[in-house]
Design a protein around this ligand. Structure first.
Ligand code: FAD
Length: 546
């Protein structure tokens, strides 16, 4: 009779044999040979060089499709392919831009084998949704994924990078960097916890991500935590269509769906509305301090538990009838009610050069664009809470910012003003921006000292504008909703507008413009809609069905 130890040994052998058989089969099926260049130096990282050779040798015993050539780092081939570290593996360099700095050892053996199989087959297991996102990326991305042999999550992220680099070799390059063999790089990039992913030298992900989130992060060039699948249907039936995915709309989605209404939230731009552009939120109950994006992620994930969200889709028209027909840039919704939670948007300066250079140095969102201006000189125009908050944010991330305000005192809250002073942010009072100049990018502004009546030029690379907000009522006006003299949607205490079946909530109603009030109004409006659908007030008033 065999001992337990022998049985265990036999089991392990069987398992190894099975894996080898599967690998041989996978390698056999590969139509392509894989040219593989290994660059090493006998004086650098020899244990890692050796580990790399051993792993490749083991694989070459299973397949003749890996065409390995090893060169010394001093060889002219190293100069040709710009290999500077030992060991460096470069995969099929005539077709792809994929290299591995370090040894593909430990957990990373999985990544290495998967790389060979994907290259050998010329395909990747990218799913349809992730492929759609990847297809939208049209600019170059130089991706670096930091990994370590003992990290079980790293292969997933490295493989995401590989799929991107294999699918789009024309614009995506990849370096998988083993932090054990390259501690100096890990130090430079603060990559002590892996996996960590950079694209074009910007940190875009910490931790391993599902394919879709990796591709989204690569597209948006910042970490994305929520993925909303595309919906193909051209016509959708709902009880409630919510226009706007800010705090009002997201809360209404939760309350509407929890009341049993089939609800859909439609957002043309960034989910979270204005919160998405808010650096830090400190006054939302239960969350003493959170980045705007963090709060958005929490709200969006919560809303997604209850209702569908259609992002990147603009509501273009609403036709009143039974049903109400909501036409978006992608499809039609036949619905019983509509909630307008369209919020507010930034006001423009309306000076020459502003529109032309918008996105080329003129920005309305320091959280979104501030990073591009690190170490550069910019002005922040405005004197209220937003301008001061955003100036502080810019200063905090290393931007050389000057506040420009047309009056002689700031309108911002006292604690913000003292924060501004403590951070030694210069303020130009009684100063107006008259023109923004630059050929392709902002290079200077023309400023008017409105007391002295004199203009002067100031060299800057960026102009951030925070001079107030306007309610987004174009759609409301188009469908005949009444607005107040101040331009906000006219509504009653139950958030009903003048058109039966159409409601409003949030900043678009005026009043206190805060996240908590917008969320509260979204909840109230959804509950009011639910009650009205059970017992339609318009039937009582008009004797019709809406
Ligand atoms: C820089 C800044 C800092 C702030 N800081 C704070 C803070 O610390 N605390 C706080 O409580 N509040 C803060 N606020 C205010 C707060 O963000 C707003 O009051 C709140 O976001 C309003 O929510 P809302 O849902 O009504 O509108 P919004 O957040 O404006 O959202 C409306 C959404 O509707 C979408 N939309 C509009 N028209 C259409 C259409 N036709 N089709 C589809 N979608 C459409 C828009 O794209 C937008 O995403 C801040 C605002 C800013 C700008």
């Amino acid at each position: 009779m065999k001992s337990d130890e022998h049985e265990l040994h036999d089991d392990k052998e069987k398992e190894a044999w099975q894996i080898e058989r599967e690998l041989r089969a996978a390698f056999d099926e590969m139509p392509n040979k894989i040219p593989l260049l290994l660059f090493t130096s006998p004086t650098k990282n020899e244990p890692f060089n050796d580990a790399t050779r051993q792993i490749i040798r083991a694989i070459r015993q299973m397949t003749d499709k890996v065409d390995l050539r090893e060169f010394d780092l001093g060889h002219k081939m190293a100069r040709k392919w710009k290999a500077e570290r030992s060991p460096t593996l470069i995969f099929d360099p005539d077709t792809y831009h994929i290299r591995w700095l370090g040894a593909p050892a430990g957990e990373e053996v999985r990544t290495f084998i998967q790389t060979l199989i994907m290259l050998g087959q010329g395909t990747t297991p990218l799913d349809e949704q992730a492929r759609k996102i990847l297809d939208r990326i049209d600019g170059p991305r130089h991706v670096k994924v930091f990994v370590s042999p003992s990290c079980p999550y790293c292969p997933q992220q490295a493989i995401n990078g590989l799929m991107a680099a294999i699918e789009k070799p024309g614009i995506i390059s990849l370096e998988i960097i083993d932090i054990l063999a390259n501690p100096d790089l890990a130090e430079n990039y603060s990559a002590q916890s892996v996996p960590q992913t950079y694209a074009n030298e910007t940190l875009i992900a910490q931790g391993a991500q599902p394919q879709e989130l990796f591709m989204l992060s690569l597209e948006k060039m910042e970490q994305q935590n929520i993925f909303i699948p595309d919906e193909d249907a051209e016509e959708i039936e709902t009880d409630l269509v919510i226009v706007g995915g800010g705090p009002a709309g997201l809360t209404a989605g939760i309350y509407g769906a929890r009341s049993g209404l089939n609800s859909a939230i439609i957002e043309k731009d960034t989910l979270g509305g204005q919160i998405a552009t808010t650096p830090v939120v400190e006054n939302y109950p239960g969350v003493s301090q959170a980045g705007g994006n963090t709060l958005v992620d929490l709200m969006v994930s919560h809303a997604l538990e209850y209702c569908k969200i259609f992002q990147g889709e603009e509501v273009m028209d609403v036709q009143i009838g039974n049903p109400i027909v909501v036409t978006t840039s992608k499809r039609r919704f036949n619905t019983r009610t509509v909630l307008l939670a369209t919020g507010a948007k930034h006001r423009q300066l309306d000076v020459p050069g502003e529109s032309r250079l918008s996105g080329h140095g003129v920005s309305y969102c320091s959280t979104c664009d501030g990073n591009f201006f690190r170490g550069r000189k910019v002005i922040m125009v405005g004197g209220g809470n937003s301008a001061v908050t955003e100036a502080l944010h810019l200063k905090n991330i290393g931007v050389d910012v000057t506040l420009v305000h047309r009056r002689d005192t700031l309108r911002a809250q006292d604690h913000l003003v003292s924060n501004l002073e403590n951070n030694q942010i210069p303020v130009l009072f009684n100063t107006e921006v008259k023109e923004i100049r630059g050929k392709d990018r902002v290079t200077e502004v023309v400023l008017l000292d409105n007391r002295a009546g004199k203009t002067r030029k100031m060299e800057v690379q960026g102009v951030f504008v925070a001079v107030g907000y306007e309610p987004a009522v174009a759609l409301a006006k188009k469908i005949g909703i009444e607005v107040t003299p101040e331009g906000y949607i006219q509504h009653d205490s139950r958030h009903r507008t003048n058109i039966p079946g159409i409601y409003s909530a949030g900043d678009v109603e005026g009043g206190y413009k805060q996240i908590v009030t917008a969320a509260g109004q979204g909840a109230e409006a959804a509950l009011s809609i639910f009650e009205d659908l059970i017992n339609p007030y318009w039937k009582k008033e008009t004797g019709t069905d809406g």
